[in-house]
Ligand binder design. Structure first.
Ligand code: 5GP
Length: 175
């Protein structure tokens, strides 16, 4: 069907948000269209084809939105990387640098078993700091990061270089 919209057409781009000079790529405009949401999930899941994956890891909070349906479709466990202080049981943590200051994320200690093959899912890669922190925790728990999948990639911020030791794939690439 030649009338079907491409995934890029569902992304709303907002200039100067959250600050001047930044073009914000909005995920809500995809989610609030049933066809857009389905296409986004299907396109991300397609990037996992050919990878043997035991566990899907999603990062707070937009990684949950895409990680959950992918884990459900593949009938795999979904593991959450959350901001510090949200997870109730024993956790490991990792801090990472933000533009201003730093942040800490956590995972439950029992969420990954040694040797498990893990795919990490998030909506967007900018500098790659968030996902690098998530990958380090997966490895600390003995998991193997076999794939990292994003819906969108801001290529200019060189996140891929930061994650160069991993197999990274994205559906939409912005230069
Ligand atoms: P990073 O750790 O790669 O520098 O930052 C990535 C995180 O920032 C992602 O979790 C993403 O949700 C958020 N982020 C940064 N820029 C944008 C943007 O333009 N659009 C959206 N939707 N999220 C962004």
């Amino acid at each position: 069907n030649c009338k079907e919209k491409k995934i890029e057409e569902y992304v709303r781009s907002i200039p100067d948000f959250p600050e001047e000079g930044v073009i914000f790529r909005d995920v809500t405009s995809i989610l609030q269209d049933a066809d857009g949401f389905a296409l986004a999930v299907d396109s991300m899941q397609k990037l996992l084809e050919g990878s043997k994956v035991d566990v899907i890891v999603g990062t707070e909070s937009r990684g949950f939105i895409f990680g959950a349906p992918i884990a459900y479709n593949l009938h795999k466990p979904l593991v959450l990387v959350r901001k510090k202080g949200k997870l109730p049981c024993e956790t490991i943590e990792q801090s990472y640098e933000l533009e201003y200051g730093s942040a800490v994320v956590e995972m439950h200690k029992d969420s990954i078993k040694p040797g498990q093959k893990v795919a990490i899912v998030d909506d967007l890669i900018a500098t790659g700091g968030t996902i690098e922190a998530a990958a380090h925790m997966v490895e600390e728990l003995g998991g193997e990061v076999v794939k990292i999948v994003f819906l969108m990639e801001l290529a200019g911020l060189k996140g891929r270089e930061r994650l160069s030791k991993y197999n990274v794939a994205s559906v939409i690439r912005y230069e």
